[in-house]
Design a protein around this ligand. Sequence first.
Ligand code: COA
Ligand code: AMP
Length: 633
Amino acid sequence: MGTFDEVYDRSMADPEGFWGEAAGAIHWDTPPERVLDDSNPPFYRWFRGGRLNTCFNALDRWVDGGDGVDEVRADQPALIHDSPVTGTVTTYTYRELRDLVARFAGALADLGVGVGDRVVVYMPMVPEAAVAMLACARLGAVHSVVFGGFAPHELAIRIDDARPKVIVSASCGIEGSKVIEYKPLLDRALDLAGSSAPEHCVILQRPQAEATLLEGRDHAWADLVAAAEPHPCVPVEATDPLYVLYTSGTTGKPKGVVRDNGGHAVALRWSMANVYGVAPGEVFWAASDVGWVVGHSYIVYAPLLSGCTTVMYEGKPVGTPDPGAFWRVAAQHDVSVLFTAPTALRAIKKEDAGGAHLAGHDLSGLRALFLAGERTDPDTYEWAVELLGIPVIDHWWQTETGWAVAANCLGIEALPVKAGSPTRPVPGYRVEILDELGAEVEPGRDGSIAVRLPLPPGSLPTLWNDDKRFVSSYLSTYEGYYLTGDGGRVDDDGYLFVMGRIDDVINVAGHRLSTGAMEEVLATHPAVAECAVIGVADELKGQMPLGLVVLKNGVEVDDEALEKELVQLVRDEIGAVASFKRAVVVARLPKTRSGKVLRATMRAIADGRDFAVPSTIDDPAVLDEIGAALDHA
Ligand code: COA
Ligand code: AMP
């Protein structure tokens, strides 16, 4: 195959040849007419003219065989659901999963779902979540999974934008030792969504808390499936949407990232072999949630497109029941490659720094640990390497890209690791560090991380129903480039160092959240005149949100009582996952003379870092006031 440099250089010199060849690993009902359609920049489309079905590629071809299939895998486990919170482990072979998906696709079709219709999936980590996603893919429908930790308001915003024909949900989720009833949250979201609410909901009843179903609107999963016939795969255009996944932007309105069928299948299949070095038949475990992009790409699609066994874990790194949970799962299912977020490792390290819980678990089959979701700090990296004695690979990507932008591509050539760096840009991505004017900066200098267009297959072609926002959010800052929103640098060896977001997005326990959305919620409190939310450094979660609020003139409130109300407000409106726990009352917010709130400066104060007083500041004395208020709080 060649060295990493050779493969990378070829992807840059001849993208059409490179990705055209990769497309050979996918079954096409009609082969693409063009590999890259660049006739309408900045909108690029991959594999135009091709027709395929993603579910066929993920399931049926492994059951029935066909072109490009090395061996039939009908009786090989496709999905292992490991759920310490319910005390169950359930394995589905490729044949069993295909049959379940085909039947659920039939059930959705009976409710009127067809090509291009949206289906919102609001579910905990149960196999039926993957079944629902794959059933949509089978029908050519577009799924939009909403993370279970989001509150009704956030769910309603997504329903309103996606306008689904059906919502698939469950009666409850289990978070550690808590049973969380989903149905009241769904009902509230449907009320909020008003006329955007669909006619039908499918509810998976779980014994931990059964839901009351609304006559006419709600259908029990089991009843529908029992009455349904299996539905065949419906081929769609390569450029047709497979899913929409909403992600936090800088405002309260999330961005609906669109993923197409063709580019996605090609890129994910390629990434399993080349980024992760995983072969068909091996077991891959992404310890994430189907509500995030990691769950879409590496719990559901990539492992199945590659004929692997995927592990779906309904539990936490600690507390279900102990910090040995990950090692138990990896050993029990003979996992070859594990993918998780650094925050999960920090949670394990906090409870079991010496690795006592590793004892008794045979991890000899585990070849590598991949980390993403936030930067892997060198301490966590060193700890994991020492504990596990295998390559620990930080890799960097985003909901928008759908797969790694920078990584150590173990399937091509393992490069030396530099702690704190996700290694080098992956084949397909031309990453550059730009200054404010769009000029490339020297190695070693910090700047804005941008990717030269066209982005490779699998990355977003646009935002749902909003080409304009796609261009204004990502493509208009630097012409000819995609703006990642992250800042960082490249060193003399071409290694990338991603240092964090340079916009109003924060990462809390590997979860991407918008400070702008939290500010919008705080501003609705009657006592609040003005506010800012910043992400402050946190040992466990990487970052935690902190609210700074200015009261309306003449308002007298008890600061502690106000904080409690604001915390509850964010929990109710955005969800527990926001982890919003602190709000501090300040007299004024520091601003530039043109009125822009100096969030980065406040972040430096809160983190106790050195900072330069911005030359544009209106009144430098405000910074001392903020420092004093934070010390006092
Ligand atoms: N449904 C409902 N509530 C949820 C939820 C879900 N799917 N996921 C999280 N929550 C709730 C939690 O119960 C918690 O509620 P609480 O405030 O009542 O305790 C809150 O949201 C915050 O959750 P989290 O930030 O996950 O904190 P935690 O203390 O429960 O767990 C970690 C901390 C580090 C163990 C956990 O965040 C983790 O495993 N992170 C890995 C992140 C990850 O997989 N990211 C995906 C990208 S790779
Ligand atoms: P999400 O879209 O939820 O996957 O979040 C993407 C964001 O998470 C990126 O823009 C980064 O800010 C951050 N991120 C993800 N992986 C890494 C990493 N390996 N190093 C640094 N930041 C990361």
